[in-house]
Write a protein that binds this ligand. Structure first.
Ligand SMILES: Nc1nc2c(c(=O)[nH]1)N[C@H]1C(S)=C(S)[C@@H](COP(=O)(O)O)O[C@H]1N2
Ligand SMILES: [Mo]
Length: 512
């Protein structure tokens, strides 16, 4: 039985109708975005705005908790938020129509504000938001028409059957429109096109195998050479920019003698240099896996800056990606002779789309957020005093040099292992300084020196291993590294904010 306008059954019905109307509105907005070839749908755009306005520490806590699932989470939260607000609109629809309409208008306004402030703003995106809002109201008008208080529909009431039929029809239409948008979506078509262009590129490199002696091959330890598909991915892009190399260019300007614009072919004409480089994220906790090592192929940044002619007084390169992310890199790290690359390839393949296709930066010795701009399209030679980049504005350190770190991979934390001989193994890194030694201690005892694997240069991580005769009981293993500059890793524990975590990685095991 329906129990009158304000009863619990009625309010459950109106909430459900509102939620369905919100889903229908989303389907129409997203479907239109797909059909109109929008770079970013309203939901992606709002999700992206949420990511952009999230304060640094909160963003970090979220990445920490959910890892690289932060993107689906952002989208899911936006959808859930809209559905919940839709339920409220539904509840108000018959009793407080003005408030309900205001709430819908507010949601549309938030969507419009978001799509208009994105770098890929377009009037068509405004249209998609408005159409979504109109759909919400149209569906509610269909499902919850104003009716006289004298005639509440009962269970066998024809108006209830009509209601249910309409709910069913709207639900089917929502799924069809939403699904069609996904399948026919221009973005998906575009992604396929770009993947084809990428697959068709014949670049003068091939996948390399790990140099002899770099991989100790200890069971349970990850490989020295990280496969592209296993490489960590961190960026603020909800959907990666899709750029055809034929359309790509890099503008170099600011404190330079000669402004330049480089095309993809211009880079290929200069010839590609290959370099083994380990890159790491500043958000990598002690013991964490936001780090990867591969062979990058590209044009040395130093030579390009020399061509442009850096003027006196400049100390920073402000790089911007096609989707508006910014990053400031110390000019020193780009010109002191280290293998700082404008990279086109990753492990012998054109860069995968999520890793910056067609062109990104890779700089050994500084964290990704101050150096590794993916989908890069603009370089301004400037001064740190004159700008703040995406993450520095959110409280992260200005220059971001990588801190020396070491990690125990085998055994794993909490493992139960058999008593007897065992190989403890892991990795250590201090890019552009190099690792001189790695030591391990058990239960706070004396430090014992581990065996180091080979490394082709000082810009990659180094695998290490140590034999341990484990006796029964609970044990705690710790590791520390010393750089080739003689400086040991600090024991002092620090979190990742503002410029990278410190402290020893520790693994507790039960030997039984
Ligand atoms: N355009 C763009 N480039 C970016 C980022 C980003 O958010 N947008 N994130 C940076 C950060 S924080 C890191 S750690 C590296 C990660 O590179 P990867 O995803 O290829 O591992 O990319 C850097 N380049
Ligand atoms: Mo990062």
């Amino acid at each position: 039985m329906w129990s009158g306008d304000d009863g619990p059954v009625r309010s459950r019905t109106t909430s459900a109708a509102g939620a369905l109307a919100a889903l229908a509105g989303l389907a129409v907005g997203e479907g239109l975005a797909a059909v109109l070839d929008l770079r970013e749908s309203p939901v992606l755009s709002v999700g992206q705005s949420v990511i952009d306005v999230t304060p640094g520490p909160v963003a970090h806590a979220i990445i920490d908790a959910v890892g690289t699932r932060d993107k689906p989470l952002a989208v899911a939260s936006v959808v859930l938020g809209i559905v919940l607000l839709g339920a409220l609109v539904g509840r108000w629809w018959t009793s407080r129509r003005a408030a309900a309409c205001l709430l819908v208008a507010g949601l549309v306004a938030a969507g419009v504000a978001s799509v208009l402030t994105r770098p890929a703003a377009s009037p068509a995106a405004v249209f998609a938001c408005v159409a979504g809002g109109v759909t919400v109201m149209a569906v509610l008008e269909l499902l919850l028409p104003q009716r006289g208080r004298a005639e509440p529909p009962g269970d066998g009431d024809p108006s209830r059957r009509t209601f249910l039929v309409r709910v069913g029809l709207v639900a089917i239409a929502t799924v069809v429109v939403g699904g069609a948008g996904q399948v026919l979506g221009a973005r998906h078509r575009r992604r396929r096109e770009i993947e084809e262009v990428r697959a068709g590129l014949a670049l003068p490199t091939r996948p390399a195998s790990a140099p002899a002696g770099t991989d100790l091959g200890v069971r349970g330890q990850g490989p020295w050479l990280t496969a592209n598909r296993d490489f960590y991915r961190i960026d603020t892009a909800l959907s990666p920019p899709l750029i055809d190399p034929a359309d790509w260019s890099l503008r170099i300007h600011g404190m330079v003698d000669r402004e330049m614009t480089l095309t993809y072919q211009d880079l290929l004409d200069r010839g590609l240099t290959d370099a083994w480089i380990t890159i790491a994220c500043v958000s990598n906790e002690v013991g964490g896996d936001l780090i990867g090592n591969t062979s990058w192929g590209g044009v040395p940044i130093k030579g390009l800056l020399e061509e442009a002619g850096v003027q006196d007084g400049a100390d920073a390169l402000l790089s911007t990606s096609e989707d508006g992310w910014t990053c400031g890199t110390p000019l020193e790290a780009l010109t002191d002779g280290r293998a700082a690359l404008l990279a086109l390839t990753m492990n012998g393949e054109p860069l995968p789309v999520p890793h910056g296709f067609p062109v990104r930066q890779v700089v050994p010795g500084v964290y990704g957020y101050v150096s590794a701009t993916k989908w890069v399209t603009d370089w301004e030679v400037t001064r740190f005093a004159d700008f703040q980049a995406f993450w520095t504005r959110r409280g992260w350190g200005e220059r971001g040099p990588v801190k020396i770190q070491s990690r125990i991979d085998v055994p794993g934390s909490g493992d139960t292992i058999d008593a007897g001989p065992l190989t403890v193994a892991g990795v250590a890194w201090a890019q552009h300084v190099g690792i001189a030694a790695v030591e391990v201690r058990v239960d706070g005892g004396p430090w014992r020196r581990a065996t180091l694997a080979a490394a082709p240069n000082d810009d990659t991580w180094v695998q290490w291993m140590l034999d341990w005769d484990a006796d029964e009981g609970r044990h705690s293993l710790e590791v520390r590294a010393t750089g080739k500059d003689g400086v040991p890793q600090t024991a002092r524990r620090a979190g990742v904010l503002p410029d990278g975590a410190t402290g020893y990685d520790q693994v507790d095991v039960v030997v039984g």
